[in-house]
Design a binder for this molecule. Structure first.
Ligand code: B4P
Length: 191
């Protein structure tokens, strides 16, 4: 299976690029951010608890997102692979994902890390906030907190995947189509 992780700070283009990658390679998109927002929209207990944390720019507990991913992996599908977008975000999540995929004999093949500077991240998220309606896109303090969470809890994952020889960095500040072309080159190399 072609299992790919899209990795990078908030606003680096993970969700944007995932949409094109799943179309190009016929993969299934698993975005924990989208799953959590669907829970919020449906006003489930999980969604209401997650909303408080997400609105502050904090991560939701590992057990919650690991459980959501496990449910999706267990759902019947004919897919040839998954694009994990915004998951894993902590070393604990990465270890859980490796264990879930090991039992399915379908390990992660590639981790694509989108590299974007902090000024550009803030600019993009605040611009998206004008139309997204997302509380976590609305003000610079919350956006900064999301970046701090990323630096503290998510960035250490780069080392985790580099040690497995799976990490590829791609510059993420160019136009969307140019970034996509660079990502596809990396995917074609492992396909
Ligand atoms: P996510 O939904 O994953 O949100 P995100 O980090 O902002 O990335 P997203 O994919 O939406 O944005 P993109 O970079 O594509 O997470 C939201 C929250 O959910 C987290 O803060 C956390 O609370 C919670 N959460 C989710 N997963 C979790 C987990 N595993 N563990 C714990 N908590 C979790 O795009 C941003 C903007 O940039 C867009 O407007 C886009 O149009 C623009 N853009 C993209 N590429 C561009 C380019 N090349 N040039 C110019 N603009 C570009």
């Amino acid at each position: 299976m072609l299992n790919i992780v899209l990795f990078g700070p908030p606003g680096s283009g993970k969700g944007t690029q995932a949409e094109s990658i799943i179309r190009n390679y016929n993969l299934l998109h698993l975005s924990t951010g989208d799953m959590l927002r669907a829970e919020i929209a449906a006003q489930t207990k999980l969604g209401l608890e997650a909303k408080t944390l997400m609105d502050r720019g904090e991560l939701v507990p590992d057990s919650v997102v690991i459980g959501m991913i496990e449910n999706r992996l267990d759902a019947p599908s004919q897919t040839v692979g998954f694009v994990f977008d915004g998951f894993p975000r902590t070393v604990k999540q990465a270890e859980a994902l490796d264990a879930l995929l090991a039992t399915r004999k379908a390990p992660i093949r590639l981790v694509l890390s989108l590299v974007v500077g902090e000024e550009e991240l803030t600019r993009r998220i605040i611009a998206r906030g004008k139309t997204s309606g997302r509380a976590d896109d609305q003000n610079e303090e919350i956006v900064k907190n999301r970046v701090v969470e990323y630096r503290n809890k998510t960035e250490p994952l780069a080392k985790y995947y580099a040690a497995q020889g799976k990490l590829k960095e791609v510059k993420g500040e160019a136009r969307v189509e140019e970034v996509l072309a660079d990502l596809c080159k990396e995917i074609d190399a492992v396909k």
